[in-house]
Design a protein around this ligand. Sequence first.
Ligand code: ADP
Ligand code: ZN
Ligand code: ZN
Length: 699
Amino acid sequence: MSWCIEVAVQAPAHSALGDVLSYTCPVSVAPGALVRVPLGRREVLGVVWAAHAPDAWTPPAMALKPVAGVLDALPPLGDAWRDLVAFAARYYQRSLGEIALAALPPQLRDLSAAQLARRLKRQGPATRAPGTDAATPAVAPTAEQAAALARIEAEAGPFLLFGSTGSGKTEVYLRSVAALLEREPAAQALVMVPEINLTPQLEARFKARFGADAVVSLHSGMTNPQRLASWLAAHGGAARIVLGTRMAVFASMPSLRLIVVDEEHDPSYKQQEGARYSARDLAVWRGRREGAKVILGSATPSLESWHRSRPAGDGDAGGSYLRLAMPSRVGAGALPAVRLVDMNLQPPKTVLSGALLDAIGQRIARGEQSMVFLNRRGYAPVLACGDCGWKSECPHCSAYRVFHKIDRTLRCHHCGFTERVPRACPTCGNPDIAPVGRGTERLEEHLGELFAAVRRPDGSAVRIARIDADSTRKQGALETQLAAVHAGEVDVLVGTQMIAKGHDFRRITLVAAVNPDGALFSSDFRAPERLFGLLMQSAGRAGRDAAYLAAQESTAEMWIQTFHPQHPLFAALRRHDYAVFAEGELKERVPAGMPPFAFQALLRADARTQEAAQAFLNAASSAADGLPGAERVTRYPAVPLTIQRVANVERAQMLIESGSRAALQRLLAQWQPLLHELRRQPEGKGVIRWLVDVDPQSI
Ligand code: ADP
Ligand code: ZN
Ligand code: ZN
């Protein structure tokens, strides 16, 4: 008789397959082992979830298939890892196998047991203790850093490290890791950043401090072999420190003791497709499960984390996180002065106000750098005909196609549909079709014209560069472009939010946001929070080196062009006062019953027609009426998404809300089978897919 094993395989929540499939296995395998199993006509990778000894199970009526192979060269995935996966699957309403398999490096799926064994032999065991080749001596911590470190050492956390831009949060992470490894040389630390483009600089700092062998990265910009190597090093324990983006939260780290989530407020910690998990929230859960300390860091925390870290007082026991403040910049640096330009007072069609141009021009002449920030890529968001009113709509989406001048294309940023720009208006033949509005490409061109006559200190011409998703498409392009900025080869840098976050630029003394107003009046209640964070982050790129500013006799400035200079968001921004901004926002959210005072989920349906999508959602809502506890959860009517149609698919959503996270979770769990069923009923006709987004980031 053989063993019976239950295996998690990749089967999306929407398939009819259950969470785990049973197979027979001739040998004993431990839960957490990787196996290859037959599934339909294919052979797939699976994770053993449970194993039953030969005398402990009864064969079912339909004979079980045998496993195809056991990847026994690899130590099994631990209990804690499997608990994390199971929790994520349950909480975010996905199947176990989907989360488990997505959490493993893709290349594992293609390796046979023998190939993996060879691969592991090549990788070899860890040979050196970390820190032995540390090249850079640590700097002495500032008083604020020392105070934060002492609390982190003494208390359990989770911690919210509320540190201004340039207050030296990274140094706190480095020292926390160092203290951990000193105490426990075999321990592991996980350090997460929101964007791939922030990993190179961070990786360099960690490798300089702990030695190249101790540090590995995990993010989607790596090749599959690189990802496998990093993953194996973390799983085997050779890697002391794993640096990565949100996917790294699932890294198998048997000796995990510390988790850092840098820029914890950043929306990119929330996965926006497939399993919509929040890596920040999972990090907190994982830390508690594994007894690892968790440090969330930000100059502009999410209102959730801010609220959770509120101090006790007024009959309130306080939040469960510990807030550690580092308000000052390192080296007596001051935060930049914020200057608002009232665009109502500018001549019509002004792109950059005269005062801002003067300020940038002076910096060019002194050899300093400026950064101009516009959250819209391409040349112009719309191309239009002045005669007949034609606009560059996407035929497949309810959105305009963006004009990209570089290759003279109209590109839809939603479905990717791309065409060459027509020579004349497709409707009336007017040859004079013109760009409307402005993206980074056009801004770059405009700045080039405006500063054509301005000279740098050595008499040479101005150098303007642009960094956005278009300029960095090629592998390695971003690194090259960032290196050029760091090396001082750029005078004015134009870009999207890509350049606003995290980077430790040393010679930028002016940052300008030229058109941030859109987010002030968005229907999404998180838009102001996000705008404030982005502007604070952008401001944080200016004047980071106090000694440089003093030597230049310059000052750091953040310029904001707006039609609403009286908006309270800007008043708080001028004083760099996140706390005041946060209190204002929270005060509005209490009576409105919005997060963090309530918990939300979205049910979304994509269908052939908007009617079908909404009909499915409304039927789903009726089906939920009868569920126990449904009265504790508010279900709103179905509405179209802001961009209603993408790639010829109509999209609608329904907001679900409760003051109790548990009540919301209970309803979602009971709802799931009804939704699968409904999809097969007449109400599901025309529905292409549906999904649940728990704790959605945008409504
Ligand atoms: P943050 O992540 O808070 O924006 P960083 O950690 O990047 O700030 O620190 C800003 C700059 O200050 C970096 O160049 C860093 O090397 C430097 N720095 C940090 N801590 C110290 C310290 N204690 N003494 C000297 N320089 C420091
Ligand atoms: Zn026309
Ligand atoms: Zn489109």
